[in-house]
Design a protein around this ligand. Sequence first.
Ligand SMILES: C[S@@+](CC[C@H](N)C(=O)[O-])C[C@H]1O[C@@H](n2cnc3c(N)ncnc32)[C@H](O)[C@@H]1O
Ligand code: SF4
Length: 347
Amino acid sequence: MMAPFPHSEIAVAAKAAPLIDPFQRAITYLRVSVTDRCDFRCVYCMSEHMAFLPKAEVLSLEELDRLCSAFVAKGVRKLRLTGGEPLVRRGIMTLVQSLSRHLKSGALDELTLTTNGSQLTKYAAELKACGVERINVSVDTLDPDKFRAITRWGELGKVMAGIDAAQAAGLKVKINAVALKGVNEDELADMVTWANGRGMDLTLIEVMPLGDVDAARVDQYLPLSMVRARLAERFTLDDIDYRTGGPARYARVKETGGKLGFITPMTHNFCESCNRVRITCTGTLFMCLGQEDAADLRSPLRTSESDEPLYAAIERAIARKPKGHDFVIDRRSHRPAVGRHMSVTGG
Ligand SMILES: C[S@@+](CC[C@H](N)C(=O)[O-])C[C@H]1O[C@@H](n2cnc3c(N)ncnc32)[C@H](O)[C@@H]1O
Ligand code: SF4
């Protein structure tokens, strides 16, 4: 088969020095936002009238491929495509197919994505054929009206059909749900039963103060410590050591036999084991989700055909990865602690 991009015939050979940050954490996990656009407008993620980036600022699929491959050459073992909605990016499967060469060569352990599920009926089989084994699908409610209210533009039926298609294609599905005060909090136990009953793990996420959205964060914020206490009235939750390389802490649900994860950036500090960095669709590298410091990788990518300036820029950036974040929802001003939206850095 022809390589989709001219440079992608070149298999990467792992460079001698892997990426180690100043706190001796090896950077082995890269999350890539392939677009800032989305077919939904979730209330905690975007405002209804989002201004999206001009096309010229967004990396082409070929540039994204080169950038990801540079990280793989520097020792990244796991790549997650996200967004915005990764599956609404035109031609996205060309990128997935091209990146899958690193799975075949053994340079990469996992290629995965986080999706809202709206396009899965179309792409599930192809993803599986490219070597994707697991995906995360975000579903915050099982009630179609609530789903419409949360996502503003989404249709639950389409997402459910997408999950069916993913499972039928042999993809392992994990469900992500953001816990929202007064919105889905009374439904979370049913979601555990539903997800685990279909062989899917469920991970609950606390609302993070990223970007200005129309609603006040303090109204949305529901501490997972409270959610967990309530779920423990219905289920027996046994803490387990299971880690996916992410910040979730897992419990085994005795009654369902499935797993329940908790991502609690506001109440729990998961920074000490952080192995990840994120790039936006414009090639900006964020060393920490909760900090503003970033490095521009688009310039070295666009100004040189050699990857050496890119490697050097990546190394300089990792050398200043901070120890941790400091998210705070400011109760007086209601301003987010970090100005960019989750759809920019990709969650
Ligand atoms: C930004 S989305 C991108 C991928 C895809 N569109 C999706 O929804 O899965 C990734 C994850 O971030 C979550 N998310 C978005 N904004 C958030 C916020 N402010 N706090 C916590 N989680 C958020 C979403 O629910 C989703 O699970
Ligand atoms: S959470 Fe995902 S689906 Fe919802 S608006 Fe953000 S990017 Fe789109």
